[in-house]
Design a protein around this ligand. Sequence first.
Ligand code: SAH
Length: 316
Amino acid sequence: MKRTMISLLACVLGFWMSLWAQDQAPFPAPPEKLTHRATLVQENESGEHMIIKGVVFHSDGKTRYGGLVLYLYQTDASGLILSYAFPNCATKSSTPSADLPQDKAFELRRTAMVRDQIEDRGIADTAVLGAMRRVPRHLFVPPELQDLSYTDQPLPIGLDQTISQPYIVALMTELLELQKDQKVLEIGTGSGYQAAVLAEIADSVWTVEILEPLATSARQRLQSLGFAKVNVRCGDGYAGWIAHAPFDRIIVTAAAEEIPLPLLEQLKEGGKMVIPVGAAFSIQNLILVEKRHGRITRQNVTAVRFVPLVREKPIR
Ligand code: SAH
């Protein structure tokens, strides 16, 4: 009991000292926001020494930024602190989680992405938040852009196409109010990332991509990552996917000049569709479409900017 109390006291003291030490030295601002705290308490074999490691990243990006903070202190048999040496505020790295194994580092960034870019902007659907936390976005971007994969922006995926900004993926998914027994059609597979997020929630995902190289690489990527519920087809998505219609939900991830009629026809009664509508390379409207008693309602959600939904299969 006494030992625990002393450990706790040392821990609090150590933490405070580390912040004090960080205040004394200017540290470089981290490239992106990350707030993560962890404490690990270990004892050596004789039970005399304890090491506490705290990884502390501050979120304001301006004042304090801690890398790996190491506290070392030595206790006698009764748990009395004999000496301590701390803190070692190692802050050399500009990558917040450079000391961690790569998968764990990406997971931390993903957690921060969901909290700072998605939850903080009002997305509250737990199924959507869970899906965004699980899908490894860094594996859906070109390798040279992996370091940017959890930043607040769309990224190029080749052939002049883009993977959408994480927040937009989450917003469109939330608007669908997707249920786990539902069948979803996506137009514009791109990297396959949005399809993977949908597959984390829905029963099956049917996705159409007009550019053959993108359709092939997305199919392989989704297969190798275990997203077996996603079916990819190469073709013009304007016509939907008649063989598997009707769909409970439809999501279009390229901007159409108007809502394609075949998609309205392939939407189930009571179904919802999310689609950006507007001219290419200008500001478009994200529209939520609902079909109730055979009638179509449209609701403007927000301004967005998507690559265009092209009508004809381009020759490449
Ligand atoms: N959802 C994607 C991003 C989509 S970018 C992701 O998560 O990565 C838009 C995609 O729509 C591009 O890959 C583009 O080639 C595709 N596209 C454009 N017009 C299309 C059409 N008529 N049918 C199917 N796909 C189309």
